[in-house]
Design a binder for this molecule. Structure first.
Ligand code: COA
Ligand code: AMP
Length: 633
């Protein structure tokens, strides 16, 4: 079917369209309604339908001839391990761990926090929660105890599942001290911790609270899938908003399964039985959707890669994995390929591997910048596809729909809206922008299946952050353009969120933390362009009157604050002391102007600034501490 026809049907007759897609998954009971609104006016898909997501990923395939087919390939260069699990084997592990959780009191609707590195047990724990109808909340391993504690306090889990360590290149990161600290500072800690001891680190255990994964598994009674309602939550995934409090994005079982199943063919052009690899982390939405759920629902083998694009052991790592496992579809973040390009600019290492199995390369997590696209286009023998989405959607919102109809590429564009998404560009007053004019990227309601129905425990914030500025539309937080041919160009966030190495972080949160330093009167954190990571956060601090602290000392202290409170993953490494910050007359800090000053010669002085000298003061401060273009010399 042509893309246009399919897209039009999805927008004009969404219920008919999604009712047809819902036929592609196996329900215990078919949905009674396709689309409904609750008393708050929030949309839900497939209400009344009964299913189980763990059943769809495992039992369904075991019952339908795929029992011995590989479901999960764990490839870990950092431990020199490769393990394969068939659908049958994975089902057995998941059933057993579901039994373990049940013995620890977990039932449908209970929350479980999973704080784990990229090991098969992370996938097992997620699917075991799904099996019981429990709600998992995976916390990325790079987050500090404070971030873990914030998520614990919001989700109120009964159990936390973890491992003794993660491995970053060759560094062993011990998780248990981080978990212990998070539980210590949390207001509502879980009753039990289940911990997998890895050979690389032995965690100390607290008797009565902490339990050993292997011991519990050895005596577990396997659990069968528990039917849940399509609108019951499968997981909560916290993502950065504009303040220190992350947003708990809720994902419902039914819409999620239907949309992911649909995406595997229509967007990724992937077929059951093939090998699908998303080089991400289970702590991010890409990991949830395209390492764990979508490939397994579709009957593909999925790869769990515990390594990096480079130095594990070299910049040929991606090509090695593709070749070793005959990967058909590969998906990663542009930053990962920028790291490869930096170390192997001519991609010479690629010649050592046969990667002819690869049909398509997909990139997301940040914009596929034209230089990286051009480089990839030059070295790959397959299409290179930029696609755009968010934690909130759970699956692509714009893409070249490779399984429907591949379109010519426009470099810098994520191509067309995916069926189900009525994407428009509005100006700040809510008026439609002309083609080619930059504005706010919005999606006309209702959002398609899988998109979040609300935020965990916070309907008000959901309404305020996403639905209030443009009534009738979901505000994505991204700015961009739709051109005269309908191609969508996503140009970056319009709020205080930045994207560092494909990781979404809040500059607002960093400002709150820096503002807590007792020498700082006020501050701004902005995302400065970075060749490897896309953006990195840089702080600009105005000192309180009379405070005497040197540039280097303040920088060290601020770096330590962000590292301890958010985690190393924030990559906050630079800050400058400035006399004043550029602001509008109403006091809003002009972060965009600061960003421009880092790279551009003639930055126009915004009309709202009374004293243009302020801009040269910022430039001088940047030069003094090597920020942006001043760092190149
Ligand atoms: N657990 C603990 N620490 C972690 C971590 C994790 N899971 N992930 C990152 N960190 C730490 C790193 O060790 C590093 O610490 P350091 O400052 O002490 O060196 C810090 O966080 C910054 O990490 P990162 O920005 O990832 O830098 P890097 O040098 O380790 O790797 C890349 C750079 C580009 C190779 C890496 O960022 C990458 O592969 N990015 C792809 C991202 C991705 O897949 N995103 C998902 C969206 S699709
Ligand atoms: P996350 O919720 O962590 O997946 O981050 C989502 C944000 O990453 C989006 O709102 C965009 O700002 C950015 N993003 C992700 N993919 C793309 C893309 N292909 N093009 C442009 N921006 C992207």
């Amino acid at each position: 079917m042509s893309y246009q026809k399919e897209y039009r049907e999805s927008i004009e007759h969404p219920e008919a369209f999604w009712s047809r897609q819902a036929e592609l998954i196996s329900w215990f009971e078919k949905p009674k309604t396709i689309l409904s609104q609750d008393e708050k006016g929030f949309y839900h898909w497939f209400k009344g339908g009964k299913l189980n997501t763990s059943y769809l990923t495992l039992d369904f395939h075991v019952e339908n001839g795929r029992a011995d087919q590989t479901a999960l390939i764990y490839d870990s260069p950092v431990t020199e391990t490769v393990l394969r699990y068939s659908f049958q084997e994975l089902k057995e592990e998941v059933s057993k761990f579901a039994g373990v959780l049940r013995e620890k009191g977990i039932e449908k609707g209970d929350r479980v926090i999973i704080y784990m590195p990229m090991i098969p047990e992370a996938v097992v724990a997620m699917l075991a929660c799904a099996r019981l109808g429990a709600i998992h909340s995976v916390v990325f391993g790079g987050f500090a105890p404070n971030e873990l504690a914030i998520r614990i306090d919001d989700a109120k889990p009964k159990v936390l599942v973890t491992a003794s360590c993660g491995i970053e290149f060759s560094n062993i990161i011990e998780y248990k001290p981080l978990v212990d600290e998070a539980l210590r500072i949390s207001n509502d800690p879980p009753v039990n911790v289940i911990l997998l001891q890895r050979p690389q680190a032995n965690a100390s255990m607290q008797a009565g609270r902490d339990f050993d994964w292997d011991e519990l598994m050895s005596s577990a009674n396997p659990a069968d899938p528990v039917p849940v309602d399509a609108t019951d939550p499968l997981y909560i995934l916290y993502t950065s908003g504009t303040t220190g409090l992350p947003k708990g994005v809720v994902r419902e079982n039914g819409g999620h399964a239907v949309a992911l199943k649909y995406s595997m063919k229509s967007i990724f052009n992937s077929n059951p039985g093939e090998v699908y690899w998303a080089g991400s982390d289970v702590g991010w939405v890409v990991g949830h959707s395209y390492i764990v759920y979508a490939p397994l629902i579709h009957g593909c083998a999925t790869i769990l890669y515990e390594g990096k694009p480079v130095r594990t052991p070299d910049a040929g790592a991606f090509w090695r994995v593709i070749s070793d496992h005959q990967v058909n579809t590969f998906f990663t973040a542009p930053t990962a390929f920028r790291a490869v390009k930096k170390e192997d600019p001519e991609a010479k290492l690629k010649d050592q591997y046969d990667i002819s199995s690869l049909r398509t390369l997909f990139l997301a997590g940040e914009r596929l910048d034209p230089p990286t696209y051009d480089w990839l286009e030059g070295i790959m023998n397959c299409p290179v596809v930029d696609h755009w989405w968010q934690t909130e959607s759970g699956w692509p919102m714009c893409s070249n729909p490779m399984g429907l109809e591949a379109h010519p590429v426009k470099v810098g564009s994520a191509t067309f809206p995916v069926p189900g998404y009525d994407i428009q560009v509005l100006d700040d007053e809510g008026q439609p922008c002309e083609p080619g004019t930059t504005g706010n990227i919005v999606v006309k309601l209702p959002l398609p299946p899988s998109c979040f129905p609300t935020l965990w425990n916070d309907d008000e914030r959901f309404q305020k952050s996403y639905l209030s500025q443009f009534p009738g539309y979901y505000q994505t937080g991204d700015g961009g353009i739709i051109d005269e041919d309908g191609y969508v160009f996503i140009m970056g966030r319009v709020d205080d969120v930045i994207n560092v190495a494909g990781h979404r972080l809040s500059t607002g949160q960093m400002e709150e933390l820096i503002g807590s330093h007792n020498g700082v009167a006020e501050c701004a954190v902005v995302g400065i362009d970075d060749e490897l990571r896309g953006q990195v956060p840089v702080g600009f601090a105005v000192l309180k009157d009379g405070v005497q602290i040197g540039q280097d000392d303040l920088e060290k202290e601020l770096v330590a604050i962000i590292r301890n409170e958010i985690g190393a993953v924030a990559c906050f490494r630079k800050s400058a002391i400035v006399k004043r910050l550029p602001k509008t007359r109403s006091g809003k800090i002009l972060r965009k102007t600061i960003r421009q000053l880092a790279f551009e010669e003639d930055v126009p002085v915004p009309a709202t600034i009374d004293d243009p000298v302020i801009l040269s003061e910022i430039k001088d401060a940047m030069e003094a501490c090597g920020i942006g273009k001043y760092s190149e010399s």
